[in-house]
Unconditional design. Sequence first.
Length: 239
Amino acid sequence: MKIYAHRGSSGTHPENTIAAFKAVAKLPIHGVEFDVHMTKDHELVVIHDETINRTSNGTGFIKDMTLAELKKFDFGSWYSHEFKKETIPTLREVLYVFKDTHHHLNIELKSDVFPYEGMEQAVLQMLKDYRLEARVVISSFNHEMVRNVKQLAPPIETAVLFMEVMIEPHKYADVVGADALHAFFPTVLREMGAEAIGSGKKVRVFTVNEEKYADLLKQIGIDAIFTDYPEKMWKYLQS
């Protein structure tokens, strides 16, 4: 079972920061997951929430601020004073951290609340610039965007994200054009989990921070888990 670092090594560093990604870049785990939003001036930035309120010393929506305005805020001190110099990273900066590593990159497009016009094209162009198309999976809770990505770039792996218990999710994924299913942890323990795994599609599960749950998911044949503690989980699964 593979391990993806959730928002970087977010259990040990401020989430979605260069510090959290540099920590992952040194690990022998399979991959890393991070979230992308779009600024007022159409720059791609890596952050989970629609606002900067929770993870910075500022307030406001990403969509209402320019990159220059966002870069003025501190995105590390909320976690620990030692990270006070962390700023919001651009997608370009994050891709640069991983351009020469082995890691598989799960880029989640956070357009399920605000529809970011042109986001798919901008992300795909950047992946092309870095020659990373073969090392990514693009996921989203906005399944229209997943479908758009698949239509724009058929070779790129795509995944639908979902929180709910579904009937035959693998068949739904085929309708959308998704290669993989990224499911909320408890849902895969239901019948749909067995159906999805049996379909041959990759099933990756978020967010798994306890060893006993990792064991359980490994037993049922899950392809990968997303965890906030990638180093700890990797050592556990190796032992």
